[in-house]
Design a protein around this ligand. Structure first.
Ligand code: DX5
Ligand code: ZN
Length: 221
């Protein structure tokens, strides 16, 4: 079983509150929020104020995925949004350990993100301080791309590297029902879904719910 995290970037921007409320009612408790700076990735999306405002309007927890160059210059503002989980790309900064320490000092969950072309070896010095590893299954920057099949082997490699540590594996990009299942079989426990989940198709949502951990709904209060 795994957690499915809807990706805000693929939601209907005109009806964000309605989208978030209905996802929460469906049992999805963590929203994946993409932050793009137009430098690390070509697009610009979701600034600090927007994230904080959206967060204030929903009961969902926020998993902020910083697709931002030199996140050390922005991390304080991201922390101020109240996001419970924050991840930074290892490719984006020579000061990644420092940023992770800041996230942890504020009592949030800290994640590191690997682009498809980045080897998991770079994670080794961080394994004792991080809470989750986000394996990108597309080149980051925009929703609606195809899942990169090699990701499955990479998830297994990451799992082996983690060993007994309590580090979660998250996957993001091009996920549909079948690819979600493959990722879960390879030991991913958080699956980000954008276009597939927000497609005007309740059937997709219901299929994904069968993968989602049912205890999440019972535990809420
Ligand atoms: C893309 C983002 C993803 C994206 C996922 O760079 O990180 O979170 O919204 O959307 P899909 O599932 O459509 O690839
Ligand atoms: Zn993302």
């Amino acid at each position: 079983m795994a957690l499915i995290l809807p990706s805000l970037f693929a939601a209907d921007i005109m009806h964000l509150k309605r989208e978030c409320d209905s996802l929460y009612e469906e049992g999805f408790e963590i929203l994946h929020v993409d932050m793009m700076d137009g430098v690390f990735v070509p697009h610009i999306a979701f600034g600090f104020e927007q994230i904080r405002n959206i967060k204030n309007q929903t009961k969902m927890k926020f998993d902020v995925h910083m697709m931002v160059s030199e996140p050390e210059h922005h991390i304080e503002k991201v922390l101020e949004t109240g996001a419970e989980m924050i991840s930074v790309h290892v490719e984006a900064s020579p000061h990644i350990r420092h940023v992770i320490d800041q996230i942890k000092q504020h009592g949030r969950k800290a994640g590191v993100v690997l682009n498809p072309g980045t080897s998991p070896v770079v994670l080794k010095p961080l394994l004792n301080v991080i809470d989750y590893i986000l394996v990108m299954s597309i080149n980051p920057g925009r929703p609606g791309q195809s899942f990169i099949a090699d990701t499955i082997d990479k998830i297994r490699e990451v799992k082996e590297m983690i060993g007994d540590r309590e580090i979660q594996i998250e996957v993001d990009g091009g996920i549909e029902f079948d690819t979600a299942r493959l990722c879960i079989d390879a030991c991913a426990s958080m699956i980000v879904v954008g276009s597939y989940l927000f497609a005007d198709n309740k059937a997709n949502l219901n299929k994904l719910k069968t993968l989602h951990n049912p205890s999440v709904k019972e535990d809420r209060n």
